[in-house]
Design a binder for this molecule. Structure first.
Ligand code: ATP
Ligand code: HSE
Length: 316
């Protein structure tokens, strides 16, 4: 459940009066998501999503994210578009937190991947990369090798043997991935989503209808974003790598942006890095989330299994 901040009707009415979005009909907190508080808002003009940014988000970074979403939406990408208020601002404060109103996207996320869905995700990701070219401001990836090492240094086992074993193995794997990681100019770079998991992609009538949650987006290797999708979309039941799904994802991507030879060659390492990134954030949350917290902890071992897979392959 992720509505960390409760809102009263008067607050919502006051907030909406700053925009030209009609009169409030109803609003409801959205339980999905773990980072921020989200509300589905219905007005006389339609549906919107109000997001209150909670403590993990650095307020000074918000303009970059809002600029990226605005840019991508202008380029025809189906992503939440920040709504500009009457005074020209899209970022404001509500209940003591940074707050934005964005357009509502139709569709639902899938329960399970299919080759057809993977192909569309690949195509959608490549379109997003192409559309991002015109957005010149850069945001460094805080969850790249340097950030992984820093995060790992803050993970302790708390006396749990299974966690201790995971930490020990991760130490060796992390050092090997960091050594093999491509240098900054080795591969094409650009704006990447960096968290294009199944819950962040909507489908409607079997067609990809939207992409949400850009708050890990950053400037990094484009092929690393593809590696994240290979991790997130191509393991059936969180366990078995589906070569056919991976081929569909790559095929969809390359219909729009063919990979360079260097990108193809580096994909196994990029996939290991992507496994490591989600293993580490999940491990960190696993050991730091207090018992009884409202959020469900995600399983770091699911990404250790993916890492094992990508350590064994010379081609994805
Ligand atoms: N623009 C949108 N249109 C329709 N639904 C949306 C939109 N944005 C968010 N949602 C809904 O709100 C839920 C939570 O959003 P989101 O995943 O962005 O939250 P978060 O807390 O930032 O997420 P996470 O924990 O995954 O990083 C989504 O699963 C979706 O149901
Ligand atoms: N997609 C991430 C969660 C936060 O974005 C994960 O599954 O670990």
């Amino acid at each position: 459940m992720a509505v960390y901040t409760e809102l009263h009707e008067e607050d919502m009415r006051g907030f909406l009066s700053l925009y030209e979005v009609g009169e409030l009909r109803s609003f409801i907190g959205i339980a999905e998501g773990i980072e921020n508080s989200n509300f589905l808002v219905e007005t006389t003009q339609g549906r919107f999503i109000l997001t209150l940014f909670e403590k993990r988000m650095k307020p000074e970074e918000l303009p970059w994210f809002l600029g990226l979403m605005t840019h991508l939406a202008e380029q025809g990408i189906a992503c939440p578009q920040p709504i500009v208020a009457k005074d020209g601002a899209s970022l404001r404060q509500l209940a003591g937190r940074p707050a934005i109103l964005v357009s509502f996207l139709e569709g639902r996320s899938l329960e399970a991947a299919t080759p057809q869905a993977c192909e569309q995700v690949g195509r959608g990701l490549a379109h997003l990369h192409e559309a991002g070219r015109g957005y010149k401001a850069e945001r460094a990836n805080a969850l790249a090798p340097e950030g992984w090492v820093e995060l790992f240094s803050r993970c302790t086992d708390g006396g749990d043997q299974a966690v201790a074993a995971l930490i020990a193995e991760t130490r060796t794997a992390l050092s090997s991935i960091v050594k093999s990681w491509p240098v900054a100019d080795a591969l094409p770079r650009g704006q990447i989503h960096a968290d294009l998991f199944m819950d962040n992609v909507f489908f409607r009538d079997g067609q990809l209808s939207g992409v949400i949650d850009f708050y890990f987006a950053c400037t990094d290797f484009l092929a690393y974003d593809l590696a994240i999708c290979l991790n997130a979309w191509c393991f059936e039941d969180e366990r078995h790598y589906r070569q056919d799904w991976a081929e569909a994802l790559l095929r969809g991507y390359e219909q729009v942006r063919p990979l360079t030879a260097a990108e193809h060659k580096m994909l196994p390492v990029l996939c290991q890095g992507a496994s490591m990134r989600f293993l580490l954030t999940r491990l960190y949350d696993w050991v730091h989330t207090p018992a009884g917290a409202l959020v469900t902890k995600k399983d770091p071992w699911a990404y250790q299994r993916r890492l094992h897979h990508f350590q064994k392959v010379s081609d994805v």
